[in-house]
Design a protein around this ligand. Structure first.
Ligand SMILES: Cc1ncc(COP(=O)(O)O)c(C=O)c1O
Length: 403
């Protein structure tokens, strides 16, 4: 008798694998320069300092044990000091919750804050890791566009005026992934005021804030409202393998997340959390380390912007390279970045088409370029290849038109 196939849950209906992850499989070819991945540079990660911290941590058997669900005590203490300085208010230990990367915070928060069909407002283009989580939670997703000053809070205000009532608004306030922009202070205040007035949460997702190149990022949205849940992470400043992210949220949110985290994984790793605590509390070393990452990323970002300008002139407009890991680039000549991609891959360069991050706008002429893992000369070659692919496609189109 043939076995009857048991079903999977209905939550999976309509969920797709991330287009970016699928694309990354293609771009793993050695001859392709990839501006597609969203990875920090492993060469800049402090391997020796991590090894020393691991050695020191293992001198006590305590780090081999299960730890408390909200996180390893010494790490929460360090985070309390850092986050009090960052938000300009005394953060209590109960408000600090350590997660398995900030991605887990997004996932647990979706469970804690969303009933099926609840409204979530995201930015357009959006961080796809957040979109996947909110979709899996059965949320109704409405997007608000970004501009050079970050989320268009005026559009959010209009949605609220029309009676929309979000459970939360998700924002990547600093050096947006994928949009490259940073929310202005005026918009941060305005968003906080709306959250207070209408009683919704803001999830301020901030893994890139410390990776500024020319000037520090503005004070977090969390400075202006108690309704802001702030997320950050060690992934981009230390190493993703630590899987250390953290959330600063009111006690009742942290306790609800704690219940769910116990179900998800009982607790995080005391070992990697102690390593993170060691590195984050070594303030002199940390400042020098982050400074060197900023300098390298800043040089690469500027090299990429310059190469794009030199090669494409006004046919591409990019965001400023002010921090983070990404440039967002728009073709002004109607080039379709999805159609261009196979030609770009043939020419030996990869990027992510804007459509991969689109929620309600199609971003057909946009792309995300990641500048973290290649040096200036390689980035210039990447742009030369992109220009060659673009010329081939434009000439092909012109020849077609003349037939
Ligand atoms: C905006 C944003 N949030 C969250 C994450 C997740 O980071 P992690 O789970 O490594 O802390 C990322 C990773 O790229 C991101 O870009």
């Amino acid at each position: 008798m043939r076995a009857t196939t048991p079903p999977l849950s209905r939550r999976l209906d309509g969920l797709q694998s991330s287009a970016i992850r699928d694309l990354l499989k293609l771009t793993a070819r050695a001859d392709i320069i990839s501006l597609a991945g969203g990875l920090p540079d492993a060469e800049l990660m402090p391997r020796d300092r991590i090894a020393a911290a691991a050695d020191a941590a293992l001198s006590s058997r305590g780090v081999l044990q299960y730890t408390e669900s909200p996180g390893w005590g010494p790490l929460r203490e360090v985070l309390r000091t850092r986050e009090s300085a960052r938000t300009g208010r005394p953060v209590s230990i109960e408000e600090i919750f350590v997660t398995h990367g900030s991605q887990q915070a997004l996932s647990l928060l979706a469970e804690v804050l969303l009933d099926p069909g609840a409204l979530v407002i995201v930015e357009d283009p959006a961080y796809v890791g957040a979109l996947q989580v909110f979709r899996a939670a059965g949320a109704r997703i409405v997007a608000v566009p970004l501009d050079a000053e970050g989320m268009r809070v005026d559009v959010l205000r209009e949605l609220l005026a029309r009676g929309e009532r979000p459970a939360f608004v998700h924002t990547v306030s600093n050096f947006h992934n994928p949009g490259g922009v940073t929310m202005s202070t005026a918009r941060r205040r305005e968003l906080a005021e709306l959250a207070d007035a209408h009683g919704f949460w803001v999830i301020e997702d901030d893994p890139y804030g410390e990776l500024w190149f020319d000037a520090p990022a503005p004070a977090p949205v969390a400075t202006y409202s108690p309704n802001v849940i702030r997320l950050s992470s060690a992934s981009k400043i230390l190493a993703p393998t630590l899987r250390v992210g953290w959330m600063i949220a009111p006690d009742r949110v942290c306790r609800a997340v704690e219940l769910l985290k116990q179900g998800a994984d009982l607790c995080g790793s005391a070992l990697t959390q102690q390593i993170a605590a060691d590195l984050l509390s070594d303030t002199e070393w940390l400042a020098a380390h982050i400074d060197s990452v900023r300098t390298r990323y800043g040089q690469r970002a500027h090299a990429l912007v310059e190469a794009v300008r030199a090669r494409f002139g006004d046919r591409i407009v990019t965001t400023d390279a002010a921090g983070g890991m990404f440039l967002w680039a728009d073709f002004t000549d109607g080039t379709d970045t999805r159609a261009l991609l196979p030609h770009a891959l043939d020419a030996g360069v990869a990027y992510v088409p804007g459509s991969a991050f689109a929620v309600s706008t199609d971003y057909a002429h946009s792309m995300r370029l990641c500048f973290t893992t290649s040096d200036a000369t390689v980035l210039t070659t990447a742009v030369d290849r992109l220009a060659a692919a673009h010329t081939a496609v434009s000439e092909g189109a012109r020849a077609q038109a003349q037939l």
